[in-house]
Design a protein around this ligand. Structure first.
Ligand SMILES: Nc1ncnc2c1ncn2[C@@H]1O[C@H](COP(=O)(O)OP(=O)(O)O)[C@@H](O)[C@H]1O
Ligand SMILES: [Mg+2]
Length: 287
């Protein structure tokens, strides 16, 4: 196997060497070889907000690959550009410069219609503020993007929605309005809604930020379960407990990656060791 040292990243806890060939990428994570498909290749990303004469370069010279089936968490101080990055990846924000390659296409060059289709059919979004439609039931909220998507019968959308609600333990609340259920139940419905079109990737921005500890745990258990069954996730969080679920944590300051920590896939056992590793790493970031 020919390996080019295209990418080297020395990290306190683990060393990862990566090399690309035939569209797949060999990742050396903690001494093990893993073969993964790249989902996103971000090159030289720049995002500048302008207000009047003032330019704010939120993200500059930014390179990042996102891999299939990974649970990637993005951490960093408030204002460091985490949400901006997520929205650029998710084609919700235009970019100032650079490339975001997804499925062999630079999505930053796509027109509005193509972007809407991409967001509807390939991406799932989950936010801190839950944004369910207040006069629709949880079930109606979940089916909505499914009915808007292509090539689906109403029956199959409703069937999938009911299955998701059941899987997430909120079947009994299916016919209630958002205001009639807890924040945790609302967020579970929002996750179901994000999954209704079987997205290739889920983007989540502080999904536990508005939840109490108990509901946060329920929601993060769901994310872990989804990732264990192969769902690719990119999640921004301030919550160390949420970050523990990742197999890859990226730390950004002022719109640049300053460090990356690779972990084994999350398991509920051995949590203490995992927490110690993440703690030590975050302390080294002056978290
Ligand atoms: N829509 C916007 N218009 C102008 N400036 C913005 C906008 N969104 C974010 N910013 C600025 O970009 C910087 C990064 O913000 P953000 O990505 O929300 O950071 P984080 O999610 O890490 O807290 C901040 O300085 C913020 O004020
Ligand atoms: Mg943010």
């Amino acid at each position: 196997m020919h390996l080019t040292n295209r990418y080297k990243n020395y990290i306190k806890m683990s060393v990862s060497l990566k090399s690309s060939r035939f569209g797949k990428t060999y990742l050396f994570v903690k001494g093990k070889i893993v073969l993964k498909e790249k989902i996103f290749t971000v090159s030289n990303l720049q995002k500048t907000y302008e207000s009047g004469a003032v330019k704010n370069n939120v993200i500059e010279n930014f390179d990042l690959d996102i891999y299939e089936k990974d649970f990637t968490v993005i951490m960093g101080p408030s204002g460091s550009g985490k949400s901006t990055l997520l929205y650029c990846l998710g084609a919700m924000e235009s970019i100032t410069n650079g490339e975001i390659i997804f499925e062999n296409e630079d999505i930053s060059k796509l027109k509005n219609n193509a972007l809407s289709e991409l967001r509807l059919n390939k991406f799932g979004f989950i936010f801190q503020q839950i944004h369910l439609v207040s006069n629709l039931t949880l079930l109606e909220n979940v089916v909505l993007p499914g009915l808007a998507g292509p090539n689906r019968t109403n029956n199959s959308v409703y069937e999938d929605a009911n299955n998701l609600l059941k899987r997430f333990g909120i079947s009994e609340a299916a016919n209630r309005l958002p205001s009639q259920v807890s924040g945790g139940e609302q967020q579970r419905a929002a996750i179901a809604r994000a999954l209704i079109n079987q997205p290739i990737i889920i983007f989540a921005d502080e999904p536990t930020g508005a939840l109490n500890q108990n509901n946060s745990q329920i929601v993060m258990d769901l994310f872990s379960e989804l990732n264990n069954s192969g769902q690719t996730i990119v999640l921004v969080t301030h919550d160390k407990r949420a970050a523990l679920r990742a197999n890859r944590i990226i730390y950004i300051i002022d719109g640049s990656i300053v460090s990356e920590l690779n972990l084994d896939p999350y398991q509920a056992s051995n949590l203490q060791e995992r927490e110690d590793k993440v703690n030590e790493w975050l302390v080294s970031m002056e978290w």
